[in-house]
Design a protein around this ligand. Sequence first.
Ligand code: PAF
Length: 284
Amino acid sequence: MKVIRTAGELREVMNEARAKGLGIGLVPTMGALHAGHISLMERARRENDIVVASVFVNPTQFNNPEDLRTYPRTEEADCLKLEQAGVDYAFIPTVEEVYPEPDTRQFDLGPVAEVMEGAMRPGHFNGVAQIVSKLFAMVAPHRAYFGEKDFQQIAVIRRMVQLEGFDIDIIACPICREADGLALSSRNVRLTPEGRKYAPAIHRILEESCAMVPSADIGQVKNFVTRSINAVPTLEVEYFEIADALTMQTAESWDSAGGTVGCITVYCGDVRLIDNIIYTKATR
Ligand code: PAF
């Protein structure tokens, strides 16, 4: 695996690959890699001739300076994992390399970016659109891979791709979980032993809520999930929304056109955890 640190070299290597007719897969990450990221690399490996992974803690998507400061940075371990996963190129730039000048672009991301994470973290999705569009322009991949744990992020990226006219397939990959159901996240390393013990309740309660769907309405399921999780020591729900899985707008019924997804963020002490569940027709 080759580590690339400049945009110029990345463009050069990718131009050569495209000129040879090779299929390119990109996996954007912020590092602190875990098995969830590696599953994205492995899928990209199976579906492309060349796999590029980026490792960059993007400052423009953090609306909380403390969160940016404490975000885990583990470059050496990340490189080992990328190499083992069969990645060809790791793009690991500095902030100055990516943003030689402040990025002042404001994307018209529309309603999909205004709710849930968009409402809680002003500017977050614009920052995601900035970095992902830069990576897409540098790499010009055929396919880009994102984890469904950040369900709304995928919808926002699809909107950005449409706005910018990128010809890139956005591949959404399933959430990876610990054996006890906790969604894998780079932030999990910051959980206290007590927090780690209780955090799997988030997924367990979301799963339990699926069984309510035949008889309960959306409001009842929202109440059940919020009350049950808040009753678990160390956990506090920030929001739980049941949304149309395409538009991300509040679902009015279980028959929402895009399907229904329950999106949640929960504070476990000072660690903000995110998860979701698809309420499929099969659960009804
Ligand atoms: O999901 C993430 O890790 C980040 O938001 C991404 C897509 C790599 C952009 O920085």
